[in-house]
Design a binder for this molecule. Sequence first.
Ligand SMILES: Cc1ncc(COP(=O)(O)O)c(C=O)c1O
Length: 412
Amino acid sequence: MLRECSFEEVYFQNFQYFEAIDQMKEIKEQFIPFHSADLGEEEAQAAADVIRSKWLTMGPKTIDFEQRFASYVGAKHAIGVSSCTAALHLALEAIGLKQGDEVLVPTTTFTATAEVVAYFKAKPVLVDVDVESLCIDLEDAERRITAQTRAIVPVHFAGQPCDMDAIHDLASRRELRVIEDAAHSLPASYKGARVGALSELTAFSFYATKTLTTGEGGMVTTDNEDLAIRMRMMRLHGIGRDAWKRYSAEGSWYYEVMDPGYKYNLTDIQSAIGIVQLGKCDQMNAARREISSRYTERFLKERALEVPTVRADRDSSWHLYVLRLNLDELKITRSQMIEELRARGVSTSVHFIPLHMHPYYQKAYGYQEGEFPVATEQYHRYLSLPIFPQMTSMQVDYVIDSVLDIVAINRR
Ligand SMILES: Cc1ncc(COP(=O)(O)O)c(C=O)c1O
């Protein structure tokens, strides 16, 4: 039997109910994603146009995107591929990497940078990072060079270009090929030249969270025609040039397989989105720069925090805003900071768990934490704050206030 409730009880229960709803609404409103892609009607229209054209896979849009991309970064050739991982793999294949070779890779990166080396049964030789930029430490890299070392893959961490003059100097002295992992660094520049036009080979990512996105996708740039021809062929099954045209009016049914290639091509749907995104690239970068300078301006004065810096001779894409904690000033760890921010509706991430801390790299190559003191120590201090072009001024302020509030409460 139902018990009758007094007016006061009903009122109180409803009051609690509405209060809970208000709290939920507040949390939802305050929820700040780590990333949100800057995609709109234009991209939707471009993708829809390709669907209506019925040419869905690699075709005229991909060629158009490749040409625009090459001219944007200042490279002779740009080859559209399905991911940055594919781009790095094709680049290593094009330079003729073989079983038993070694490739220098910073330990503070995503596994893709090193896993592609393992595809060849070659060894990814992990290298410690520079404490300021978190890019590859070239003194440590040089110490790790052996007679088997063939290449170096610098990662432009968070979007700031590495010290490319020093990398090219090391590469030419020790006869190494340079393949830049530019997954984070579109658009970025070093001494006035865009990343993509600095080295023999550069690999970009258009993954969903990147500064230009096609959902999944990538591009590899080079000025070397032979490498470009090889990569174009190997991205599509090792079939001779322009095989994708074989289903078009001007195409032919005849093709030749020259090598066992890969299925790494970019589609026209992705490329159509990429063309629109490329047109907004500078504008999206300006928005990121604005957010990063607002973060830095407020965090700079707080001694429990260390802000990211960009050297005077380069421009960052600001793909990530990596804040470091001065842990001896705080009663909480980096992980607790992340939890506190999450409780306030701010989503963050960590870039990266260094490769030498992962079971695969430890088991396969015997790497240990003590071998990479800088990367290991810095890993415990950093977190990546939300940064995306459409982030509102209120959201930026909310993130700043949340970080500073947590610091104030947890000061040692
Ligand atoms: C430094 C770095 N390299 C390579 C990749 C791989 O990119 P993709 O997902 O396009 O293969 C990533 C992805 O996050 C990355 O951060």
